[in-house]
Design a protein around this ligand. Structure first.
Ligand code: TRP
Length: 333
């Protein structure tokens, strides 16, 4: 039996290179090794954006982009959270034993209080119970997420264990964060500091769906400096980042060419950025084309979502049936 993996994908925002080299490549490798459930966490987005006017379109775009990257509906179960009514049902059951005190102590909740003081809703408070339901619904043991989700995972373990204890069952195993393989390639943003996508600035991230001219413009505007003043000088942050980006999308020869130039103090950042822009555009092109293709094929996308939901519900229904049984919920008919 393959181990069960669950991961939720945020339902807003286009995929950028940082997402691709991070979570996506992880998913692509995992989908063949494990029993993977990948879903678009659209309910979660309502905790911060309760009345979006493009809800469905956002979900569709994210689904299309993940499929375009090679997420394979024949290998993994790919679905939309809101297509699985058993998730909110388990969420409700978990909430009965989720204590307000522990939910209030969650750092992501405290962050949100600061960010949206006018909308501190119960969905925000119980975000960890919804996420626990996402994971426990398939009795997953592995969850490919970054450090920022560690506390949520710990709460998923707490809620699962608590359920097991209170209702004297072994229904829920403990889910742990994990990454397939060891190296996660860190992709910096173009504004000279931090991870790609971390800052909101339009020019900071290269999206897989960006047209070539947009990519060129963004890359040419990337932050640099006046160049090294000593042989083999240590690179400042912004320059290191430029090289990290080049390492991700350019050939090894190209990369070493500019490394040498830098070491020799002969680097011209204009030339380097031109090359980087070309290589990035070439890297993104097949993805952009596939995104465009899939965007036109609503029949295929619809089928993927339907088949994914059907598969996910088989597993989800079994879990909810067992959870209800453990509590002692029975129908009269
Ligand atoms: N909270 C996760 C994030 O912000 C998304 C998410 C929701 C998730 N449900 C999940 C991730 C279940 C893993 C498993 O990225």
């Amino acid at each position: 039996m393959k181990e069960i993996v669950v991961s939720g994908i945020r339902s807003t925002g286009r995929l950028h290179l940082g997402n691709y080299f991070g979570a996506m490549r992880n998913f692509l490798k995992m989908q063949h090794e494990y029993n993977c459930f990948f879903f678009i966490a659209d309910y979660h987005s309502l905790t911060t954006h309760p009345a979006p006017n493009d809800f469905h379109e956002n979900v569709r775009q994210v689904l299309v982009e993940y499929l375009a990257c090679g997420l394979d509906p024949d290998a993994a179960t790919i679905y939309v959270q809101s297509d699985i009514p058993e998730i909110p049902e388990l969420y409700l059951l978990l909430n009965m034993n989720a204590y307000v005190g522990e939910l209030e102590r969650c750092t992501s909740f405290k962050d949100k209080i600061r960010k949206q003081p006018d909308n501190i809703n119960a969905g925000l408070l119980t975000y960890p119970s919804l996420m626990a339901a996402d994971i426990l619904i398939h009795r997953a043991v592995k969850v490919p997420v970054g450090k920022d989700q560690e506390q949520h995972l710990e709460m998923a373990r707490t809620f699962g264990n608590r359920f097991n204890r209170i209702y004297r069952t072994e229904l829920f195993p403990e889910p742990y964060a994990f990454n397939f393989g060891t190296e996660l390639v860190k992709i910096p943003g173009l504004d000279g500091s931090g991870k790609m996508g971390k800052s909101e600035g339009e020019g900071n991230a290269i999206f897989l769906s960006d047209p070539e001219d947009v990519i060129r413009k963004k890359v040419m505007r990337a932050v640099t400096d006046s160049g090294p003043t000593e042989l083999n000088q240590k690179k400042p942050e912004a320059i290191k980042n430029l090289f990290l980006l080049m390492n991700a999308v350019s050939s090894h020869d190209t990369y070493s060419f500019f490394e040498d130039k830098y070491a020799q103090m002969q680097i011209r950042y204009g030339d380097m950025k031109k090359q980087l822009a070309e290589d990035m555009a070439a890297f993104c092109k097949p993805f952009r084309e596939r995104i465009e293709e899939l965007s036109k094929d609503s029949e295929y996308v619809g089928k993927v979502a339907r088949v994914g939901a059907e598969k996910a519900r088989v597993s989800a229904q079994e879990t909810v049936r067992n959870a209800r049984k453990a509590i002692g919920i029975r129908s009269f008919y």
